[in-house]
Design a protein around this ligand. Structure first.
Ligand code: GAL
Length: 452
């Protein structure tokens, strides 16, 4: 069960192999079949907010290329994680259900199951209905009730076939970038909005978990979080700035989840939003914790930054992805083991990990050897963490397809499948064939098929 630099990657029997996407990043058809606007539609259409003004209006046109994408998924993995666009189901956030949106997800879910692929549904991947944002969005405590209603709607519609649920994707990315510093939707800034949105999302996770388990105890319900190890930056970092950046990206979510409290470094900001009884609502034993990791971060002091900190420079020694993120696989192992040390034994699933490269098609092929190398190294660290006692039951690559990378537009390619954004033609990269083979070496595609 070891991984060397060239041999096969073998994980324990039953390990879950998957690939992930998110609705706004791939679907397109933004104004079709009754879908209502989300905060990402409004934000991406606001001049100056995204690279080259790019939007998810068409994205990968997945909405119209469903059959082709289903075949690509089935050729790759036995588990597929996607998110539901809240406004395709409930265009105003609450109220009347849009049947055409339901039909689309039924086609997707049924198409996966027919191909022997298990669906994993993310309820919320950052695309809050604009109609709810207009009423305060996540900064309002009412958001917890809106989310409950939405979660209940999804469970009623799909949980006869969908048994694996991820409640919210990376709350800290949305609260830091979208409510703290304003570079993601909805573009708010400041510590109060940051803390309000963070607290309400944390409450929504606990609430939706209890609701889902009351609905059907047999469902497998978790939520996905950033796990970003933070170190002191070379340009003005110290232990205090590390504690704050670590709180903003990691601890302000894991601490309430596991202990019901917020960490010391930013605790004061939450006080105005905490009501009696919240600690019990936050503290939730999810069926699994989804872990999402890309790279470490380096914290520095910055008096103009949120809570007086910012991202700073790391050491030059690490290789970097094409978009400049440091590649430090052992730091991922360290972060996983640190989670176990802090919070005790719990079930984890890696629900995202991946690398952006400036891939190029040459003679009909995309030779992304560096992506394969990245995955080999990161899988080796996951494997090592399992051997060291971390309970990690699965791994999903980010992402199936190149897609709309939020405010970075289409510049960052994370896919195992290349997408030509002019024609929307898909081409499997070398990494796609490598990952499919890795999955087959672990025997799971066949196992899934046998079980189906
Ligand atoms: C995550 C996010 C994904 C994707 C990925 C790559 O934070 O959940 O939607 O954008 O990062 O940057």
């Amino acid at each position: 069960m070891t991984i060397d630099s060239s041999g096969p990657i073998l994980f324990p029997q039953g390990f879950l192999w998957g690939a992930a996407t998110a609705a706004y990043q791939i679907e397109g058809a933004a104004a079709e079949d009754g879908r209502g606007p989300s905060i990402w539609d409004v934000f991406s259409h606001t001049p100056g907010k995204t690279r080259n003004g790019e939007t998810g209006d068409r994205a990968c046109d997945h909405y119209h290329r469903l059959e082709e994408d289903l075949d690509l998924i089935a050729g790759l993995v036995p588990h597929y994680r996607f998110s539901v666009s809240w406004t395709r189901i409930l265009p105003d956030g609450t109220g009347v259900i849009n049947q055409k949106g339901v039909d689309f997800y039924n086609r997707l879910i049924d198409g996966l199951i027919a191909r022997g692929v298990t669906p994993w549904v993310t309820m919320y991947h950052w695309d809050l209905p604009q109609a709810l944002h207009d009423k305060g969005g996540w900064t309002s405590r009412e958001s917890v009730a809106w989310f409950d209603h939405y979660a209940q709607t999804l469970l009623k519609l799909f949980s006869d076939r969908v048994k694996n649920w991820i409640i919210i994707n990376e709350p800290s990315t949305q609260t830091f970038l979208g409510y703290g510093i304003g570079v993601h939707a909805p573009g708010l800034r400041g510590e109060a909005d940051y803390a309000a949105a963070t607290h309400h999302m944390n409450l929504a996770i606990g609430s939706a978990y209890r609701l889902a388990k009351a609905y059907d105890r047999g469902l497998n319900v978790g939520s996905s979080y950033v796990l970003m190890p933070v170190f002191a930056a070379e340009d003005g970092g110290d232990s205090g700035s590390v504690a704050i950046l670590d709180a903003l990206w990691n601890r302000n979510h894991y601490d309430p989840l596991f202990t019901g409290t917020y960490p010391e470094a930013t605790r004061a900001a939450f006080a105005p939003f905490i009501l009696e009884g919240d600690a019990e609502k936050l503290n939730t034993a999810l069926d699994f914790v989804g872990i999402q990791h890309y790279s470490p971060a380096y914290a520095r002091r910055d008096e103009n930054g949120l809570f007086g900190i910012n991202f700073g420079q790391g050491p030059d020694t690490f290789e970097k992805t094409d978009i400049g993120w440091p590649i430090d696989p052992p730091a991922f192992h360290g972060a996983l083991m640190d989670q176990v040390a802090r919070y005790g034994d719990h079930r984890m699933i890696i629900t995202e990990n991946g690398i952006a490269l400036f891939d190029r098609m040459e003679a009909g092929k995309v030779n992304d050897t560096r992506r394969i190398g990245y995955y080999r190294q990161y899988l080796a660290q996951v494997h090592r963490a399992i051997a060291d006692g971390a309970r990690i039951d699965g791994y999903f690559v980010w992402s199936l397809l190149d897609n709309y990378e939020w405010s970075e537009g289409y510049s960052m390619r994370f896919g195992l499948v290349y997408v030509d954004y002019e024609t929307c033609i898909r081409t499997a990269k070398d990494s796609y064939r490598w990952y499919a083979q890795t999955v087959r070496n672990n025997g799971l595609t066949q196992t899934q098929k046998d079980a189906a």
